[in-house]
Design a protein around this ligand. Structure first.
Ligand SMILES: [Ca+2]
Ligand SMILES: [Ca+2]
Length: 584
């Protein structure tokens, strides 16, 4: 800490010197002497409390103009802790990492930790006080940022964005949620977060219906709950898979796979469900409300209770494990009529089962948009924040400004494409003249081999570089639209399905955004959430399976939230929601 302050002071002096002389950025010291003299500035206490942006920024005057590379003339090295992901087999010798080093003159010495123990490792390092220069993708969430940031362990980057930000600022300006989602209640920013606009993740509350069975019934895809019910009844009553047994079809089911909870897919025909805490913004009052005590929620439970009783909603939907649903869906005869899951392969595998008609079974299931409920409600799960992993710079870093610029440069479009798909001339090439991407906009690049993320090429650095993985970058891959098979590339199909079936029903006005809280509030939030979530889920199951009575026991259920301090929880959310978002 003391060293950090000293550095800061030294740099302050350098900055003011430059300001006084009116020197330009190009006229900078040729060596690191400013840093070496840092210790001598210790006594000038008054400078430590100086206000304004410049006082919080370390600048050795070694860097090129913002956005330009190389960032420094003489190579500077940093030690960075980072998570090991399976798609980057050797981080130190990774093609993208090498390219970054050559391009920026910033060399990173990586200390890698396997993905499943990175959180534990990070906590150990944080407790030890022996910090690397930075943590990259090391599970340092906003709660940890606020905690250790307040202790001075992390560099407040807010003024760095202002003074040195170029590509990061550009990337954030193109979103609605950054930098808000990483700014503390007192205005600090303790990380550079990447952007990851996974389009199909924005509307990931999907469901899939058996198109072969629909065609056999001469039925259109349902648009209302009533129409859906009529179809499910047919699935129940008829031998849809033609195996001589009219009872082995499962009309509707879900599981605990990603967004596989059918209870919440159905809920969205009554009121907005976030599939998790059952909280939603009321767009009229701009406040957060609790959904699971509302009349509409009760109506949705009644419907599920009735559908279970009628044999069109399999009661296993409440408890089924992801792998169990896949087992049900991948047997010799297709058995699933309709299932809820973000990804179709959670229900029927990915091109692994070939049906009697010779097609891959997964192609026989088409996306089913949310349907309208009895009161006209039709929502869809929406979460528009595309935030990637982050880089957190610590107080051990001698050149935080260079580290910042290094991360900032990774957010340029070129670096982001390289990190995502690999290097030009190695994994990607210029797209064919006039070709289109997955998004049917002009393509940005063409793959020259298998997608580097899925191979052991060790050329791309996806999910571990600090990238601007915008929708344009993700969907900019050249696609041969003359080939009918193009649609069945997973990313392409998910994009098109999401765009056509989910996005038109955007419910983002109801979706609770990221709320960066004070340390105390964040820990209170965590403490309150688990019991509330458990209680709501427990009762949902009991009501639907008639272990509790929706009429007789409803009031007791609602009253039970008092003991879990539900109101305190909602008030806490609103306190921060109002502070961060209500001004808009
Ligand atoms: Ca049947
Ligand atoms: Ca059958």
């Amino acid at each position: 800490m003391k060293r950090y302050l000293a550095l800061l002071l030294a740099c302050l002096m350098v900055i003011s010197l430059f300001a006084a002389c009116g020197k330009k950025e190009e006229e900078k010291p040729a060596d690191n002497s400013a840093a070496e003299n840092a210790g001598e500035a210790d006594t000038e206490e008054e400078a430590g409390d100086a206000e304004g942006e410049a006082s919080d920024v370390v600048d050795h005057g070694l860097m090129s103009a913002n956005g330009e590379v190389p960032i420094v003339e003489e190579t500077i090295e940093f030690n960075v802790n980072c998570r090991q992901v399976s798609n980057v087999t050797d981080m130190q010798n990774n093609g993208f990492v090498k390219w970054m080093e050559e391009t920026t003159n910033v060399k990173i010495n990586y200390e890698m930790t396997p993905e499943d123990s990175i959180s534990e490792k990070t906590n150990l390092i944080l407790a030890s006080g022996q910090y690397p220069d930075a943590f990259q993708y090391s599970s340092i969430n906003t709660t940890l940022q606020v905690k250790y940031g307040a202790q001075g362990a992390f560099v407040n980057l807010a003024p760095y964005f202002e003074k040195f930000g170029y590509y990061a600022n550009e990337a954030y300006a193109a979103t609605t949620y950054l930098p808000k989602a990483i700014t503390t209640p007192t205005g600090e920013i303790y990380c550079i977060a990447g952007v990851n606009e996974c389009y199909h993740c924005f509307y990931a509350g999907r469901a899939w219906i058996n198109k072969v069975w629909l065609d056999a019934l001469n039925a259109e895809q349902p648009t209302t709950l009533d129409e859906l019910k009529a179809i499910l009844e047919q699935f129940r009553d008829q031998d849809m898979n033609g195996n001589g047994d009219a009872t082995d079809e499962i009309p509707m089911i879900g599981s605990d796979t990603w967004n596989g909870m059918a209870q919440y897919w159905l809920m969205n025909s009554f009121l907005y469900s976030d599939y998790d805490m059952q909280i939603a913004v009321n767009p009229d009052t701009k406040t957060i409300e609790y959904q699971a005590t509302k009349d509409e929620y009760k109506e949705a439970l009644k419907l599920q209770r009735d559908w279970v009783k009628e044999g069109i909603l399999d009661p296993e939907y409440l408890t089924l494990q992801a792998s169990e649903m896949e087992t049900l869906g991948m047997g010799e005869d297709p058995r699933l009529g309709f299932f809820v899951a973000a990804l179709w392969w959670a229900g029927v595998g990915q091109e692994q089962v070939t049906d009697a008609d010779g097609t891959f079974r997964e192609r026989n299931y088409v996306i089913q948009p949310n349907v309208e409920g009895p009161n006209g409600a039709k929502f869809t799960l929406t979460a528009l924040e595309g935030i990637g992993g982050n880089l957190v710079i610590t107080n051990a870093c001698e050149y935080p400004e260079v580290m910042f610029r290094w991360a900032d440069f990774q957010m340029s479009t070129d670096a982001s494409i390289r990190a995502y798909a690999g290097n030009w001339g190695v994994s990607i090439s210029e797209p064919t003249e006039g070709s289109l991407g997955i998004n049917k906009e002009p393509a940005l690049y063409a793959l020259t081999g298998p997608y580097a993320h899925n191979s052991d090429a060790n050329d791309a650095c996806d999910n571990v570089a600090i990238s601007n993985k915008s929708a344009a970058v993700r969907l900019g891959q050249e696609t041969n639209w003359d080939d009918p098979e193009a649609y069945y590339d997973s990313e392409t199909r998910l994009y098109i399905d999401t765009n056509e079936a989910q996005a038109p029903n955007d419910s983002s006005a109801y979706s609770v955004p990221t709320l960066v809280m004070s340390e105390e509030a964040a820990s209170k939030r965590t403490e309150l959430e688990t019991p509330i979530r458990d209680y709501q889920r427990e009762w949902l199951g009991q009501f639907v399976l008639e272990q509790a009575d929706l009429d007789a026991d409803w009031d007791a259920y609602v009253a039970g939230f008092d003991g879990l301090r539900l109101q305190e929880y909602i008030d806490l959310l609103n306190e921060f929601y109002t502070a961060i978002y209500a001004a808009e």
